[in-house]
Design a protein around this ligand. Sequence first.
Ligand code: NAD
Ligand code: DAU
Length: 341
Amino acid sequence: MKNILVTGGAGFIGSNFVRYMLQNFDYRIFNFDKLTYAGNLENLTDIENHSNYKFIKGDICDKEFVESTIKENKIDTIVNFAAESHVDRSILGSREFVVTNVLGTQVLLDAAKNLGLEKYLQVSTDEVYGSLPEDKKEIKFTELTPLTTNSPYSASKASADLLCNAYHHTHRLPVLITRCSNNYGPYQFPEKLIPLMIAKATDGEKLPVYGDGRNVRDWLYVEDHCSGIAAVLEKGKIGEVYNIGGNNEWYNIDIVKLILEKLGKDESQIQFVKDRPGHDRRYAIDSSKIMRELGWAPKYQFPEGIDMTIKWYMENEKWWREVMSGEYMKYFEKNYSSKIK
Ligand code: NAD
Ligand code: DAU
């Protein structure tokens, strides 16, 4: 039986991954999370008493605690989700992004090396590849696309990827890297496009669309990202990078209009605001490697996934109203006040 340390397991994707692993594998899952503004144990109440699950509050930058946790719990595998994950916050201030995303990863890699772990999987992002031209739909990110980072967030994630690669190359650490496109689904923090727009539409507020709304993102239902990571963990070739994506490109404005339509709301709620500085124009992932080599394929198509997601937010209003209070309001004011034209 494997003992997996899932860092950042109280966040959006991490909590979905913890649940996915408990439902589909007989592994012990240790959720190691600092519980920042984005970490929420409410995301895991349904599995908190599962016999193969344990929560540990901790910071991945804390070398001593990371190493003692690994020893005490006989951890053999790390899956690292822990990160500062929101691009807009990295523009307001990048320090925490460098500390957690780069130095935190370095601490985990050192611990994995020093304690002889069997596997280390880094959950990375397609943002490390930069931006694609809007008019050349045939071009997508492959695992061989050079790293080009445009936001402090993507720079910190790419730095972590480079460290992972260096630890594999120099120390023969058994590293795997996944790079996924934009996720959507239950428990996504409502600072990100889809849940933010669902919340604003529900409340009859303005929906802030950056720039001309024609930036393109490639959306994948979160459970499909989790199954992709599990496939890489089980069958991935050590030292390799695997892209994960849904082959599902959308203009932001079309996603926003779709959400309004599904909620029976009017497009007059849309408000175009000043663009995000350095805003990447288009992301699109080529997932043919993971599909061909590991037999992975997404289970959910977008029409089904977006309906499931909207339904989840409608049924879990208490969850998102709670996380959108307090500190969130200060962030919202700081990020959006200068953007209103
Ligand atoms: P999230 O912001 O919802 O969750 C991040 C989690 O990490 C939170 O639970 C937080 O408490 C925890 N955390 C932060 N700093 C920590 C620290 N120092 N020590 C321990 N825990 C810490 O993020 P998410 O959207 O679930 O993304 C998870 C991972 O997946 C990130 O690494 C992100 O870069 C990557 N990713 C995200 C997407 C996406 O669309 N959201 C796509 C591709 C890759
Ligand atoms: O591609 C993977 C990445 O996807 C992950 O690595 C990041 O962690 C995750 O946050 C996400 O990054 P994006 O910047 O693409 O996601 P976000 O939801 O912030 O924005 C999606 C698009 O919507 C982007 O083009 C900006 C736009 N947007 C976003 C917000 C929050 C708006 O137009 N208005 C908004 O208010």
